[in-house]
Design a protein around this ligand. Sequence first.
Ligand code: SF4
Length: 445
Amino acid sequence: MKKLLSNTSVKTVGLANLGCKANQYDGTYMGALMERHGFRLVDFKELADLYLINTCTVTDKADGDSRNLIRRAHRRNPEAPIVVTGCYAQTQSQEVAELPGVALVLGNTFKDSLVDLLQKALRQKEGTAPLMEVEDIFKQKELEAFGLSSYTQNARAYVKIQDGCNQFCSFCIIPFARGRNRSIDIKRVLEELRELASAGFEEAILTGIHLGTYGQDLSPKKNLADLLKAIEEAKPIHRVRISSVDPEEITEEIVELLAASQIFCPHLHIPVQSGDDKILKLMRRRYETAEFLELCINLVERIPRLCLGTDVMVGFPYEDEASFERTYALLKQAPLHYFHVFPYSPKRGTPAAKMLAHVSAADKKNRAAQLRQLSESKRLDYLDSFVGKKVEIVLERSVQGSPSQWLGTSENYLPVFLKDFRGQSRQKVLCEITHRQGERLVAYS
Ligand code: SF4
């Protein structure tokens, strides 16, 4: 303990980040904050003077994973105080405080005050209860832009432009962990993108919890189209990728803008969750399957080279064989290029967890397997359609032991293996696809 308070010795911190891109963004920022205050980040698996665990609570399994990380940290170094933050800490703070080695439970709205509150926790008398800094998340009205350019190790940088959600889908705990919809104003987003460009990034990924409601909390009110238009006009960085946006939030204005864009990647991820209107109602989703299908067809027709992905859940309560067949049929018919498939798992504290008519584990497994197979065949068809074509990739990492072989991602989300090229991470490279090798495309520049 004493060593951690002294300013002389370099202290090490083992950081673990769980969950979505928005939570990863927060975690990267907190890691940098610790480095700015004299800590050295070490791999979470190593012995450290302190552990910082940025948890997730999207499923009960995620809670379990968070608890396991806390126990592992304590076993690794029983002397090391543990700081637990993130969505599990925000929603189950008392449960977290009772776990071994926890010195500070930090709610999602206190991440920016990590270092001060850590000092406060470390000054507490040995053996006293952990310091709890968790407030009612729904009180939070503002969203701080952390600013990331000098921290992230990624080749493509996430920018969190929005947090929270006002929708309360019946299966989702996120609004209780992240609070109400809050946005970073357009001017600040442009500044952050410029900072990333001047730090050498060619690609930024706009991320948040419910991106489609961006700006609705700002005064004067804005929306996602306003932000995209401002980015298109200012062109603060070479290319920008948009992460998940719900179907009903892709407006005609956004389609028009993306169809003519010189900066936005032709890649959209639009969660559909189910292909059965009855199930969508039970999920409290705000669109119908016919609208989703029409949107997909419209997007692929109008945005050149578009890669279109979705999220789908199988095994939601009341999903019988006929419902599943409707989901399968919709995903087969829709011009989609990949899906992320999630077997439904009840999350305590959500309305859906109280629903009856649960689907058996075997049916969930079988249905998920069928959809993953369908996704795989669509994905490979999409990859094959780019053999012989040119794409622009951002280099992410060199293949082990070979500085002239690189892995990168194209503007339309293709995983590319670039051969015989001497380059560096984050560099953009125009290359020609010669063939596919498994799940990757092979290219030469
Ligand atoms: S839109 Fe629905 S699924 Fe997405 S974060 Fe909000 S409540 Fe959760």
